[in-house]
Design a protein around this ligand. Sequence first.
Ligand SMILES: [Zn+2]
Ligand SMILES: [Zn+2]
Length: 358
Amino acid sequence: MQKALAAVFTGHGDPFRLEEFPIPAPGTGETLVKITCSTICGSDMHTWHGRRQEPTPCVLGHEIVGTIAAFGPGSPRLDLRGEPLTEGDRITWTLAASCGECFFCKRGLPQKCEHLFKYGHSAIAPGREFSGGFAEYCLLTAGTGIIKLRAELSDALAAPANCAVATVAAATRISGNLEGQIVSVLGCGVLGLAACAMASEQGAAAIIACDVDPFREATARRFGATHFHTPDTLREGIATTSHGRGADISIELSGANTAVSAAIDNLRIGGTAVIAGAAAPCGCISLDPQMLVRRMVSIHGLHNYAPNDLVSAVGFLEQIQGKFPFSDLAGENFALTRIDEAFSSSGKRPGVRTAITP
Ligand SMILES: [Zn+2]
Ligand SMILES: [Zn+2]
């Protein structure tokens, strides 16, 4: 039986273990993919740093692009856009597979499926080693939403689409149409920059970006931000731009509890905050419920996304080619055998996506 490499993560502080495993034959509903590129997400970094616990040993990585190597019986032959899939097609896919039948799937929350499988998040088992991005192959399970990539979208751009850009697409879906709105974007990492670009494409009246790092201003502006503030001047800045009313929509993508507070506190009456950055514990915020009542604000939590958000994200990236400098967010490229170096390098360069190519 032919074998292929996977980088096995065994716990915080351990070097990755490069191991060979038999390449599995795809079972019912499964698709085998030969990986061409995976990018290191902030959440992979959290796990690597020991800030987040995942079952180990596991193969990390969920921002993945590859080509279809083999179909299992009954596996999908159409992608999420209804385009036919054949062997050799270059694809990316939803970071999770859901059943479509359970309580949460039926209520529009496929990312909370009771039978959820997330790439790069589960312990490996014999025959189930190729379950994450940092390997030569990935076995897609039934219930994964696949999307065929057009030639103009490079691997390095497409890989983060299935995490960062799709999450932002979900945030803008929840917040409603951004056209003509004053939008505040908290956090100018990859997600925040994608949010600025999406708000700009949708015709937001003002895009007020905020980050603790003042050096992120120039980049935020190139991604469509019309204003930039550090947290200390944000309140005043939003007040000036909105004639004292506050932002129509706040999108929180930094994960800092102070930014969550700012996202809510700086809303206009009837405004909407989407809180999506705090995927790890970040401390409590204080909130006087009277403010919610009297100011009639809406607060939506968002974790990951639904398959259609990936369709929006990929469509968005195809449509804005060259208009926003997404290619500047692509960091260094490492071979799979240099994965330890890739993680060290990624830790030193927040705000760009380090890629690993088998
Ligand atoms: Zn991710
Ligand atoms: Zn389900």
